[in-house]
Write a protein of this length. Structure first.
Length: 227
């Protein structure tokens, strides 16, 4: 049976190989991104690569520490040379849904501090229209969250509070996630993002509009392309 991680690993390794010596980079989150850390650690060991990273989640920070990858706080650097991260869906215009791992608020802050956001995906994440198969994650403050939910649902979706072990899942920021299902998908991501940006009670949503530079895509055969 074929290794289901081939596409993830191939895309992640190719992106990690784009990191220049001496770089300070944004470290994304998720199972695809985990392979970037593996490859960076190998390059440090084999090539003496000098790199440091600003993590987007406590899980990524912990994994990086375990692998001996030096970390910096985002507030201690002016800019990042590059941020690398996974995605849940990406459309032909490089608009993206993120937040499957509930880390999108920090991921956006880190990406915005970087000269370029490089997205790494398997081909299965490529879609024509965002939001048809994957629900849009929206981080909300627990305070008054039912009011935020009503405002969000007025944009044409139904929502579900993400749970873990029977309790609302807590993000690294101490907030909750609503997963929003849009029956016809999200044909105009910029318009929806602007509406959600202006909605009281939302901390951040998972629509990354006009933020992506290169996209590294791999398939299950281990073929990779950068677009
Ligand atoms: C976390 C994210 C992840 O990058 C996204 O969910 C993709 O994860 P995976 O690589 O495990 O499929 O946005 O908030």
């Amino acid at each position: 049976m074929r290794d289901p991680n081939i596409a993830k690993r191939t895309a992640a390794f190719a992106a990690a190989d784009l990191v220049p010596d001496g770089a300070t980079i944004g470290l994304g989150s998720g199972s695809t991104f985990a392979f970037v850390l593996e490859r960076l650690a190998a390059r440090m060991r084999d090539e003496g690569l000098d790199v440091r990273g600003a993590p987007t989640s406590s899980a990524t920070a912990e994994r990086a520490r375990t692998l001996g990858i030096p970390l910096v706080s985002l507030d201690d650097v002016e800019r990042l040379d590059l941020a690398i991260d996974g995605a849940d869906e990406i459309d032909p215009n490089k608009q993206v849904i993120k937040g499957g791992g509930a880390a999108h608020t920090r991921e956006r802050i880190v990406a915005a501090a970087a000269d370029e956001l490089v997205i790494i995906v398997g081909e299965n994440k490529l879609v024509d229209v965002l939001g048809k198969a994957f629900r849009l994650p929206i981080e909300v403050l627990p305070f008054g969250w039912t009011h935020a939910r009503r405002r969000i649902e007025a944009t044409g979706c139904t929502t579900e509070l993400r749970q873990r072990g029977g309790e609302p899942l807590l993000t690294d920021n101490g907030n909750w996630i609503l997963d929003a299902a849009y029956p016809d998908g999200i044909p105009d991501p910029a318009a929806l993002a602007a509406t959600l940006d202006a909605t009281v009670g939302i901390v951040d949503h998972g629509l990354f509009v006009d933020m992506v530079g290169r996209v590294v895509v791999a398939d299950d055969e281990g073929r990779v392309r950068i677009q």
